[in-house]
Design a protein around this ligand. Structure first.
Ligand code: NAD
Length: 390
């Protein structure tokens, strides 16, 4: 466990629950926002009574003007954040409201970063590299999820190198987050599964991270239990509001946990797959999870044995090692039940890319908190195991 001295970071105000989106206009006004740029994508903007429509209605009712950027791409690129910056400056905007999943939030954060900290965001990759505050930012979350609406991370893809990089700073944390599960009822099955598995990995990695602490442990345990009992139900029936609500609670808990205890090789490696093959982030995480954690077991077998119990497995009479292996089996079963593919082959991964991706994964900010310290060769072997999976 990390030393008993740590920061604990999260947004100062977090709205949670069915219907809370109606409060966004008043909250924007309270923050002094006069003209936010709404950062979203065309699909979400086009939804009849979706998150964007409800956000804009609430802003209008509160007398807050706005301008819309609707070109967010999955695995957001540097070009997206530059476009938002241009619109912000040309329209005389004074703040940012992101509406969507992790891609919208990271686009808004990325734009905020270059608006105040200089144009070349690649130079700002790393931890606590930002000198200046971002413009005021509210995040309206529509997936459960990345936790990006609460975190200090901005994950951006360099479209020239196809590599994802992360800017990690307390200055990236949105001032206010909104998590309204009624905005998630129509998330399709595949996206529910992928984003739910992302939340699951974001609860598992901080639990075994070298930076974990008692606060993040309790968040991880509760998040894992909620996901174990509600992700399958949310995938089976998207309109199950109780399952959706529990998944939002889980993704918030996991987001707070990894914001403070950090992640590990699953995320460090998933960023490479997402950057190279433009594959959905949650699917990349789920595909790598069992192979990374199998590799990690020897670093903290007790923690993995505890994970088996947290996931509801019967570990009575088992050795610590066997209980730890049971946790990996339960992770694979969860992925299988919600329809995640088996091999990274299925998202287009190619063994000839493994070496470059392994080098880059070891430099990713998430690698440093992994419980086992690996070499490039170790990472290549993990990619290979995830590739050979049947
Ligand atoms: P996303 O934001 O990329 O969205 C995927 C698709 O889902 C989009 O086409 C979007 O239109 C659609 N969608 C979103 N909400 C919907 C809704 N309510 N109903 C129907 N469709 C909806 O997906 P994501 O998984 O939330 O975000 C992934 C990104 O987040 C990746 O780039 C990943 O690297 C990043 N990420 C960031 C952090 C962080 O802390 N900053 C953490 C984890 C992941």
């Amino acid at each position: 466990m990390a030393e008993r001295s740590y920061d604990f970071l999260m947004p100062s105000v977090n709205f949670f629950g069915p219907g809370v989106i109606s409060k966004i206009g008043d909250r924007a006004k309270m923050l002094g926002m006069k003209k936010p740029v709404i950062v979203t994508d065309k699909f979400l903007e086009g939804l009849k009574d979706g998150a964007v429509k409800q956000t804009l209605d609430s802003l209008k009712a509160a007398g807050v003007d706005y301008v819309v950027y609707n070109n967010v791409e999955p695995n957001p690129k540097i070009r997206n954040i530059k476009e938002v910056k241009k619109l912000y400056e040309e329209s005389g905007a004074d703040s940012i409201i992101t509406v969507g999943g992790g891609s919208a939030h990271d686009t808004g954060k990325g734009a905020g970063i270059i608006l105040t900290n200089g144009d070349d965001i690649t130079k700002l990759a790393g931890i606590e590299t930002l000198d200046k505050a971002l413009p005021p930012l509210i995040a309206v979350n529509t997936t459960a999820g990345t936790g990006s609406e609460l975190t200090r991370h901005a994950v951006i893809t360099n479209e020239e190198t196809h590599l994802k990089f992360v800017v990690v700073s307390w200055r990236n944390i949105p001032l206010v987050s909104f998590n309204d599960p009624t905005l998630m009822l129509d998330v399709p099955k595949g996206l529910t599964a992928a984003t739910g598995m992302d939340a699951f990995v974001q609860a598992v990695e901080p639990y075994v991270s070298v930076d974990h602490n008692p606060i993040t442990d309790s968040q991880c345990v509760e998040a894992i239990k909620l996901i174990e009992t509600s992700l399958r139900e949310a995938v089976a029936n998207g309109h199950n509001l109780d399952a959706r609500t529990k998944m939002v609670e889980a993704e918030m808990l996991a987001g707070m946990a990894f914001n403070n205890a950090n992640l590990g090789y699953v995320h460090a490696m998933a960023h490479q797959l997402g950057g190279q093959y433009d594959a959905p982030h949650g699917v990349c995480c789920a595909l790598l999870l069992p192979y990374v954690e199998e590799y990690n077991i020897i670093a903290c077998p007790d923690r993995f044995a505890q994970l088996a119990e947290i996931m509801g497995e019967n570990t009575e009479g088992l050795s610590t090692r066997d209980a730890a292996e049971l946790a990996i089996k339960a992770m694979k079963q969860l992925s299988e039940d919600v329809g995640i593919p088996h091999s990274i082959k299925e998202i287009g991964a190619k063994p000839e890319d493994f070496e470059l991706m392994a080098e880059s994964a070891l430099k990713d900010g998430n690698a440093f908190s992994n419980p086992r310290k690996g070499t490039k060769e170790d990472i290549i072997k993990i990619f290979q195991a995830a590739y050979d999976a049947e």
